[in-house]
Design a protein around this ligand. Structure first.
Ligand SMILES: *Cc1c(COP(=O)(O)O)cnc(C)c1O
Length: 391
């Protein structure tokens, strides 16, 4: 058996239907959507606007509220850095939850280092949930411009109560930025119903290609003004310069259409596989626990701790199963996952956790194989007393 892929929160394979939809845009339909003077350009512009509709629909947005970017990281950076350019006097604080992705935390740190901005982190509890009273307190002590809270966490799967959060944020006169990268395509999302002001999501987490994503900017009064990170030929209403990645955008749209169409059936199927994996491991292996909220959780994610076992040794021992210890995007850092630390795990506990993230192509057979392999490997490592050497 080739490698079993259970790291869908890091990236997903491109769905063959998505690949089929995008392929003509590399060859026959190569026009630049910004070319105004010939049919190649017009056809490309039409494909672009149809794609914008499909991507918007997936998030409950209006088409003109969507700006195409190179991915969620870029969209999050624009929201954080581009709003600051327009910050209102006295609102120099950004509030983020402790479990935000590095794509949110790093630009905040960058701005704080540059000075003039205070970036405040709201703690989470053992399940990864935000204490809304702490959020209120952080909002009342200093005037905040922006609050960044994700719709669902990539490491734990915990879903945040974005509706409640947006009410608190708006009551304090701030804007809500929502990283929806792990929720779009996994749970129904409606940016307007949820009261989200700006948001980001990405194609490659929902069976589209890498290098394309979306920025959502709510069109309402008072208007949200963003400064572009990349200035150029005025594409995307001046918010993102550069020739549009039309093959990627067409693919993103197709990925969104499929995700919407199959969401309920996939949720059913994937959560059944995830629950079987989790429940069997917990029943068969002593001293194990699940991180994250067991109920309010995206259907594909299970983060399991194995007491006294070094997760990296365990992953090496299960060499034909692709899982991870933490977000791929944090893999440059050496310490334990900031998300696992934020929920209160000790370093040793955090180094004992593995994230299993399932997806569209995960099968029953793969889950059977994984369950057996995890049980055998953990028992073997514990028998051999291969514990992590404390750092
Ligand atoms: C993957 C991911 C990102 C980064 O998305 P890119 O499109 O790869 O830049 C941001 N936030 C979360 C929660 C993610 O899972």
């Amino acid at each position: 058996m080739s490698t079993i892929y259970l790291d869908y929160n890091a990236t997903t394979p491109v769905d063959s239907r998505v690949l089929a939809a995008m392929t003509p845009f590399f060859s026959d339909r190569y026009g630049n959507p910004s070319s105004r003077d010939h049919a190649h350009g017009w056809a490309a512009a039409e494909a672009l606007e149809q794609s914008r509709e499909a991507v918007a629909e997936c998030a409950g947005a209006k088409p003109h509220e969507i700006v195409f970017t190179s991915g969620a990281t870029e969209a999050l950076n624009v929201c954080i850095k581009g709003l600051v350019g327009h910050q209102r006097a006295g609102r120099a604080r950004i509030i983020v939850s402790a479990t935000e992705h590095r794509a949110v935390l790093a630009p905040c740190e960058q701005l704080a280092r540059a000075g003039g901005l205070d970036s405040h982190i709201v703690p989470v509890d053992r399940l990864g949930n935000i204490d809304l009273n702490q959020l209120k307190a952080a909002l009342s002590s200093t005037k905040a411009m922006l609050v960044a809270i994700m719709a669902a966490n990539n490491d734990l799967g915990t879903i945040y109560p974005v509706n409640d959060i947006s009410q608190i944020v708006h009551a304090a006169g701030a804007l809500l930025l929502c990283d929806m990268t792990q929720s779009v395509g996994k749970i129904p999302m409606d940016v307007h119903a949820a009261g989200i002001d700006v948001a980001a999501f990405s194609a490659h987490k929902i069976y589209g290609p890498k290098g394309v994503g979306a920025l959502f900017v709510r069109d309402a009064e008072p208007r949200i003004k963003l400064e572009p990170l990349i200035a150029g030929g005025g594409q995307e209403r001046g918010l993102r310069g550069g020739t549009l990645n039309l093959p990627g955008i067409v693919a993103f749209a197709e990925a969104c259409r499929i995700a919407r169409e199959e969401l309920h059936r996939e949720t059913e199927r994937v959560s059944r596989l995830r629950n079987r994996l989790e429940q069997t491991i917990l029943a068969e292996v002593r001293d194990t626990w699940v991180n994250g909220d067991p109920v309010r959780r995206i259907p594909n994610t299970s983060n399991i701790g194995f007491k006294g076992v070094d997760a990296r040794t365990l992953i090496r021992d299960m060499h034909d199963i692709a899982v991870s210890t933490q977000a791929a995007c944090s893999s440059g850092s050496t310490g334990p996952s900031h998300v696992l630390k934020a929920i209160g795990l000790t370093d040793d506990e955090a180094y004992s956790c593995i994230r299993f993230s399932l997806g569209r192509f995960t099968t029953d057979e793969e889950i059977d194989y994984t369950i057996n392999k995890v049980i055998a490997s953990v028992h073997k490592l514990r028998r051999m007393k291969i514990h992590r050497v404390s750092v």
